[in-house]
Design a protein around this ligand. Sequence first.
Ligand code: ATP
Length: 223
Amino acid sequence: MNSQVIKVGMLGGTFDPIHHGHLRSALEVREALGLDRLHMIPAPQPPLRGVPQVSAEQRLALLKTGIGATPGLYADCRELRRAGPSYSIDTLAELRAEYGEQARLVMIIGFDAFLRLPQWHRAGDLLSLAHLVVMARPGYQAPWPEELNELVGSFEVEGANSLMQRPSGGVLMLTLPSMMAISATYIRERLSEGKSVRYLLPEAVEEAIQEKGFYQHFSQHDE
Ligand code: ATP
């Protein structure tokens, strides 16, 4: 492979709020794949869940605080500029147009999100724009449902090197060294109960949350 070819990752999410599970995974997946840049992209209106209580702008601000000066990680506000539901296919199309046909473009998702992939908007077209890398996540282990197998089963490759031979079209299952059983739901629950969230997320993010009084009232709609 031409070493000049740029390798770009996209990790979308609600980031409600950003936590160490996201950040450590982003750092390790960037290392494992040798990505030049990893765009972390908050969704204002995630298609498959309720409306978050904390606004997209506020979640983006927390994401920026969480990333700080970490090399290679980039808080990307592009979905906030688009009206309507945040579809990954549109975001990937934008990134592909920006980075060009030869760029290695990788969509990164956790195993829980992967299990819902067949419900995604234009799921069958995602691999024509990007590779898919699925991170193992503690608490989520399941055999692939049949429809997932039909959708992506034949595109699975063994390692990052084979993935990076082509601009898009491969699927890689990845177990990162520091898997963390942290979820934003757990953090919101604890905050609403007035309990400590120390060490689940960066201290600067915790301080910003306390200062603004976010997540004091957790509701099931927010899941
Ligand atoms: P919630 O609990 O509100 O559903 P979450 O913690 O799962 O939130 P999201 O913003 O929904 O966070 O996640 C964005 C992406 O990061 C998803 O693909 C998700 O699978 C992945 N992810 C989230 N937490 C972890 C973790 N601890 N380890 C690995 N992947 C994670």
